[in-house]
Design a protein. Structure first.
Length: 257
């Protein structure tokens, strides 16, 4: 059976498509509500696209949030790859991740100037590769209120070095890894400025194993010290590399705090 994105529209949510400096995005808003809007930027995972985030974005909008869902490089309207082909993940993941982080400022500027986003209430959320991205964007922009990472990793070096990189040239690999190393959340916790964050991870996840996130959270607890109450890490038993309704309940509760 072919997997298709959920397309049913909500009577309580308005959706529109915009292109922000060559980044195709979907914008979701609760109908009948005026700005400034609490805003969430939702980053999708590897092989996904903005359309496949429709259901999650609709849920968030039903709870009062404006949601911006961009297509990542080589995804959706920005091109495609044979994502399951050997070597594709190894050759392109770094490029996609870096590009999303580099262009995040464009999305934030547009949200505040053109979408009536509440500059004091903008958050990032992402699953899998989108979780990696959210962590990098959160680190880069101190103005962001919080981040939610689902089945991702905030200890990039410990996670990405486990990926087989033999198909990539040493020169190319070195340049990209140097850039990623400079913004690895594990080594840059001071740039979090002790802002709150939520980590959710399936304990049975074999795609992005939970161990690197455990390592990051232990270090984060030490850094946050007395402010540990503002950070949470929930390990979800028996759940693989997927987002459950229980996880998303936790997301909604967290953003509403």
């Amino acid at each position: 059976m072919e997997f298709k994105s959920f397309q049913q529209e909500s009577l309580f949510v308005e959706k529109k498509k915009v292109v922000i400096d060559e980044i195709p995005c979907l914008i979701y808003r609760p109908k009948g509500k005026t700005g400034p809007y609490p805003t969430v930027i939702n980053y999708h995972g590897w092989s996904s696209n903005k359309e496949f985030q429709h259901f999650k974005a609709t849920i968030l909008a039903n709870f009062g949030y404006q949601v911006i869902v961009p297509d990542a490089l080589y995804h959706g309207e920005r091109g495609s790859l044979n994502y399951s082909e050997a070597g594709k993940l190894e050759n392109y993941l770094h490029k996609v991740l870096l590009k999303s982080i580099e262009e995040s400022g464009v999305l934030l500027d547009y949200a505040m100037r053109n979408l009536e986003a509440d500059e004091h209430n903008i958050s990032v959320i992402g699953h899998s590769m989108g979780g990696f991205t959210s962590a990098g964007v959160f680190l880069k922009h101190p103005s962001l209120k919080t981040m939610v990472v689902i089945n991702g990793s905030c200890a990039w070096d410990k996670m990405l070095t486990s990926v087989d990189q033999k198909q990539r040239s040493e020169e190319e690999l070195s340049k990209e890894l140097q850039k990623l190393e400079a913004m690895d959340p594990y080594d840059n916790l001071a740039k979090f400025h002790k802002r709150p964050f939520l980590l959710l991870h399936g304990k049975a996840d074999e795609t992005v194993p939970i161990e690197s996130q455990r390592i990051f959270f232990e270090k984060a607890k030490s850094y946050y010290g007395r402010d540990q109450r503002s950070i949470r890490f929930y390990e979800i038993p028996d759940i693989p590399h997927a987002v459950t309704m229980h996880m998303f309940e936790q997301v909604i509760s967290w953003l509403g705090k």
